[in-house]
Design a protein around this ligand. Sequence first.
Ligand SMILES: C[S@@+](CC[C@H](N)C(=O)[O-])C[C@H]1O[C@@H](n2cnc3c(N)ncnc32)[C@H](O)[C@@H]1O
Length: 289
Amino acid sequence: MSKSPDIAGHYTRGDLFDRLQAALREDGVDPEQPSVATLAPYDQFHGRGLEVTEEIAGEIAETLTVTPEDHLLDIGSGIGGPARYMATRFGCRVTGIDLTEEFCAVARRLTALLGLEARVDFHQGNALAMPFADGGFAGAYSMNVSMNIADKAAFYGEIHRVLKPGGWLMLSEIALGPGAGPGGGPGGGPDYPTPWAATPASSFLVTPKQTEEGLRAAGFEGIRLRETREEALAFGARSREMVERGEKPPHRAVQLVHGAEAATMAANTARAFAEAAILPIEVHCRKPA
Ligand SMILES: C[S@@+](CC[C@H](N)C(=O)[O-])C[C@H]1O[C@@H](n2cnc3c(N)ncnc32)[C@H](O)[C@@H]1O
């Protein structure tokens, strides 16, 4: 049973590029000349947006060497903000893969506007069957994607396959928290819709422990997992204060992608974070050398 059509449908509206251009104009940005910075409120489509991408990049910079010859993989690359950020920061090549065709099309157009198309490319496809050779990527990352993937073993296994020996994987995602109740079964977890799923039928949350076990079973080692609940709560509080002051919040991707439904999604997510029904996590691991 494939969940793919429902998931791509959840993210597709058909006029995303036009709405992004309108949002940029409203910000006083020339939509024909955006930058990594002016796109960041919209093209970093995960909790805390650019803040998390910078954290992940900071950890990469501290613990790993990324050279311009390296090729990184962005799994579930959305409209490409994280891929363009990593390529710009490290001077490396980045390939993104995403199920949602409209996201890939918008990602390519934005990448061309930034003149990064020689180093950043996007494939429409499924993370569970990637059209990439074994062992080609020096590193991979995936931000807020696994929540849409039921078969975690296949997901981790496929990433492991395409990494070089010694290649690294960074995950930033939402896990099931202790507030979800035992096992987090039906009735546990957040209320829906959320930014990643309209209903529980396309949401596949697991606990941090299950994530670690899954990665280990797939052959990853050196697994380090960090819960970032405090950061998420602080970011939410800061954003609410900005809105109360009449300013735009720093993260506007959910609003851009989901339009009128975004407010309900954000409220459901904020409540689930507050109740610890969900937990944001960042994970770092490696394929053995
Ligand atoms: C919340 S968005 C995150 C996008 C991007 N990682 C970012 O942070 O800006 C989740 C993305 O995962 C993609 N996705 C979900 N399931 C997928 C799968 N099986 N294969 C590839 N992409 C998938 C969706 O199409 C969507 O673009």
